[in-house]
Design a binder for this molecule. Structure first.
Ligand code: CA
Length: 217
């Protein structure tokens, strides 16, 4: 799930933004002060930062300079509609600009566009309510990380990449265990059972009679 930090000192606006983002399935954290924002950015990983310009502590431009090396995308949110401010924000590396007042549709659209732009280089797959990150080798369901063994993870990714298709036990074994299938399906079956249990996929990762398994997603 995408995690967004909202740096905005006006609580009503911050709440409005967060409620909107949460209803679209994003995780949202709020911070109301510039210095506290830098602190949070140091200690956490965010997929996107929404940044007000006028803030106590440190202003949005200062925060932008601070976070730029981290490569986290940022969208400025400000009441200032002046062209000079927009230019300054974009020159500092902001990805987009929102001028208050804005509606939720505009906010969500801009967030999606920026995230999609950054997603290209990212290796995440989301299927059946589960997100795997191929670089970090993490598996996230809801808001919690599910610990998987090496083979469980590989198996999970194989099912996700082939979601909707019935997969032969033989194919699964050869692709995930990278060895020749000897006709003994216990290894595959056991791992599928464990994966179902860990990910709550009892009704999602289904048995296909005389073939193997299929992930319905
Ligand atoms: Ca403000």
């Amino acid at each position: 799930m995408m995690k967004i930090l909202v740096v905005e000192d006006e609580k009503a606006i911050s709440d409005f933004i967060c409620a909107g983002l949460k209803s679209e399935g994003y995780m949202c954290e709020q911070v109301f002060d510039g210095l506290a924002a830098c602190d949070k950015i140091d200690k956490n990983t965010y997929d996107l930062i929404l940044l007000d310009v006028m803030l106590p502590g440190a202003d949005g431009f200062e925060i932008m300079e601070y976070i730029r090396p981290s490569g986290v995308p940022a969208i400025f949110i400000t009441a200032k509609a002046q062209v000079s401010d927009r230019v300054k924000g974009l020159k500092l590396g902001a990805d987009d600009y929102l001028v208050k007042p804005f509606d939720l549709t505009e906010l969500v659209t801009r967030v999606e566009v920026v995230l999609r732009r950054y997603q290209k280089g990212k290796s995440e797959i989301t299927k059946a309510g589960v997100t795997v990150n191929l670089d970090k080798r993490t598996c996230i369901k809801g808001e919690s990380e599910i610990p998987l063994t090496v083979k469980e993870f590989d198996l999970c990714v194989f099912f996700m990449k082939n979601a909707g298709a019935a997969l032969y036990r033989e194919t699964i074994y050869e692709r995930v265990w990278q060895g020749e299938y000897t006709g003994d399906s216990r290894t595959v079956d056991l791992h599928v059972m464990r994966l179902r249990k860990k990910l709550g996929w009892e009704d999602t990762l289904v048995t296909v009679s005389r073939i193997g398994y299929r992930l319905n997603a």
